[in-house]
Write a protein that binds this ligand. Sequence first.
Ligand SMILES: *Cc1c(COP(=O)(O)O)cnc(C)c1O
Length: 473
Amino acid sequence: MKYLSTRGDTTPRGFSDILLEGLAPDGGLYLPTHYPQVDETTLTRWRRLSYADLAFEILSLYIDDIPAADLKALVHRTYTREVFGTDAIVPLRRVEDGIHIEALSNGPTLAFKDMAMQLLGNLFEYELARRGEELNILGATSGDTGSAAEYAMRGKRGVRVFMLSPKGRMSAFQQAQMFSLQDANIHNLSIEGVFDDCQDIVKAVSNHLDFKRRWKIGTVNSINWARLLAQVVYYFAGYFQATSGRVQATPERVSFAVPSGNFGNVCAGHVARMMGVPIHRLVVATNENDVLDEFFRTGTYRVRGTAETHETSSPSMDISKASNFERFVFDLLGRDGGRTKALFADAIAKEGGFTLTADEFARVAGFGFVSGRSTHADRLATIRDAWQRCGTMIDTHTADGLKVAREHLDAGVPMLVLETALPAKFAETIREALGREPERPAGLEGIEALPKRFTVLPADTDRVKAYIESHCD
Ligand SMILES: *Cc1c(COP(=O)(O)O)cnc(C)c1O
């Protein structure tokens, strides 16, 4: 399989070439030249596989520059009961008739980002060893991404992580999760500033090309194709579980509702659907930051400014633009790189957004996408209803998914709501909704009391650079 850019650069690249890269040189995102098709015979065969074996089959279609035996071993090391809590890895649980929750958040950091990041850690370690290279991952986080990256890269040879977070602005639980890691290759930098300061420092360091090259600075952001590919697997696994064991009235298709921010999760659903998984609808659920809902209702994509970006109680969906969205639009436009570039490079730079033509927008329905938005009041009501009436406790992001899912039910089509985090991460809102503490998975009681390992630095790019230099040897 070869990869090309969404902005027209068709220089063929292999999986290993793009694994450690971010954007394509022309500023676009990488996509495979085509989506391998999976027919009914193959679906029937895959239905019986373990999660790791299923992941291996799917990954093999997109990765031909890692020997099969190595890839298989790597995938089997990643998706284990020890790391994800169950043999099913992504078990379904019933909410009510026709609605299930697919649990994606039983990895080490209790959010779905572990599903991809755990694989990425093993892929990075493998590829770096093969090349005899090292990588220093530099990132900024206000929660989920940073901790998922640290738990994926801890103890990995050839990789160091320098993770910037705004001092005193993460929840006690999230801070404890990150700062309690004692691995020598993990560096928590607590920055005296806000999240934007952290992000600005990361950008400034990455724009300093000499420094970047000299110290082998890389990132693990959500535009990485390997992350998206890892996520394709649980759409297959969810479909198999929802349609298993039903001799009669076997549902032919399923729908997925996806709490969305940067469009990485639901974009993996799009890929699964393009490969042939019988997906009826892909329901994009947003919070008050409704860039994506606006697009799917109107055909207008409008990047928001800081003043228009709300801090909500589903904070991992608080985005001003959706960084993976360009991948879907490229497919929507019949893979026209020139048109995609005109929209994402030119129109966004000039006007802060774009509106599709009526013809282009009319094609969206053919890709199964629908959308909706949810507010803080909706989240509270949905969490309460799920707990009191359905007996299941859900987190704020999953609540956004469930709320919007209910607006798009079709008779006879099971709806799978993706659980993107566990309630334990968002205790404050759970208390507000239910008047009680969220359940906390075994082993995480009292992590706030563990010894913490972090360094406080001012919001100063040079100080961060100096720290990196003195900790790379
Ligand atoms: C990252 C995240 C999301 C959003 O996922 P995208 O891939 O950015 O759309 C939703 N919920 C939680 C809990 C997350 O951590």
